[in-house]
Design a protein around this ligand. Sequence first.
Ligand code: A3P
Length: 344
Amino acid sequence: MSFPYEFKEVKPEELKLLKNVYKVPYRFGRLGPSGTIVTAAYMKDAANIYNMPLRPTDVFVASYQRSGTTWTQELVWLLANDLDYTTAANVPLVHRYPFIDIFMSIDTEQVDEIVKCICDSSMNAEKIRQYVNIMGQPVTGMVAAMPASKPRFIKTHVPMSLLNPKLLDTAKMVYVARDPRDVAVSCFHHAKLFKLMQFPGGFKEFWNLFHRDLYLFCPIFAHVKEAWEQRNNPNMLFLFYEELSKDLPASIRRVADFLGKSLNQEQMDRLCDHLSIESFKKNKSINFEEMKELGLLAKDESFIRKGKAGGWRDYFDEEMTQQAEQWIADNLRDTDLRYPSVNK
Ligand code: A3P
């Protein structure tokens, strides 16, 4: 099966910095036209992801991580499934959406090392071994075997250049983007939440890696721009986290139109309530309960967190604020992509 890109190891000095984030000794490399950071394990399924056979009923929810993917997934799924709250409550989101690139976070040849890195004496190492082993298995085979009678909902964080180049000729994609400063803060907490990462430092140290494109799926701007370029394709719906945050009903209507669905005021009110950050915090179907029970999540962090647009201001000092402004200006110079402004 053809795959046009080669995995290139990151430079030794970059690897040294990346190791600050990841406790597990991953082999990081860059892949594709934008030099996206992936692990070596990604190559196990890179060609299958790139050549994935598609169906007209497929709906991809894609993003750079921590941009509002979960929010968008639940919204898309509920609209596409005629507001079936019962199934949404009973079937965890992770089972409703195969996540085609998650396997790369576990190198199955390193399972012993991983288990040693993340387990303390209070944890069930054998159960964790089984869990991470399953997590490290590619899912494109399973996705291909899903019944043709039902639409498939697929989650991904890989940029469009690593997906099937003809994806939008057949399938639909909802892409969600977010102010990269808020993404950086959210990724920082994410790196603290997951025991697989356990980032040891403070936000400034994290920021120094992130804005140098040293984090999984970076560079973020290339990721977003690849999708932005497709925003007028009828099979692409490009959303901003900030728009969902500012006017959720308007975003819901856009998604509904895109999926050919409609909803009345009562249905709209219920959906807005269901999708509120307060409801999401309590929603067991989207909160990685299984990982929590296994002890794989830090107790003082949570997957659904503040849910605020513009919260980065509480984390950035003057130096970081200026660096960020410059970083954003440099990266938006060659595009008409602009992140919606957020009131202070
Ligand atoms: P914060 O960490 O800034 O709170 P993803 O799903 O792509 O991993 O994105 C996670 C981010 O989306 C987190 O941001 C999370 O709190 C936020 N989020 C999730 N559900 C949300 C909701 N219902 N309303 C607002 N923000 C939400």
